[in-house]
Design a binder for this molecule. Structure first.
Ligand code: ZN
Length: 66
C-alpha cells in the first residue's frame, strides 16, 4: 500500500509537471500526506504489541485487546 501510494504520487508529479496540471500536482501532495498517515499508522501498529486486524479497502486497522 505504501509503495503503491508513493508510486502514484511520483506518476502524478511527473505527469502533472508535463501537462502543467495544478490539480495533478495538488493531488500528488495529497498522496504524500496519505503516505505520511500510512507511516504513522504502521508505526503505531508495530509499536503496540497487540493483535491487529486489517479490514476492507480503506485499510482500516482495528486494535483488538485480548
Ligand atoms: Zn487521500
Amino acid at each position: 500500500m505504501l509503495a503503491l501510494t508513493l508510486s502514484f504520487m511520483l506518476v502524478e508529479v511527473i505527469v502533472g509537471h508535463m501537462t502543467h496540471s495544478l490539480a495533478l500536482i495538488a493531488d500528488a501532495f495529497h498522496m504524500l500526506s496519505d503516505t505520511l498517515a500510512l507511516i504513522v499508522g504502521l508505526t503505531s501498529v508495530k509499536v503496540s504489541d497487540e493483535l491487529y486486524i486489517t479490514a476492507g479497502t480503506l485499510n482500516l486497522t482495528m486494535v483488538v485487546n485480548h
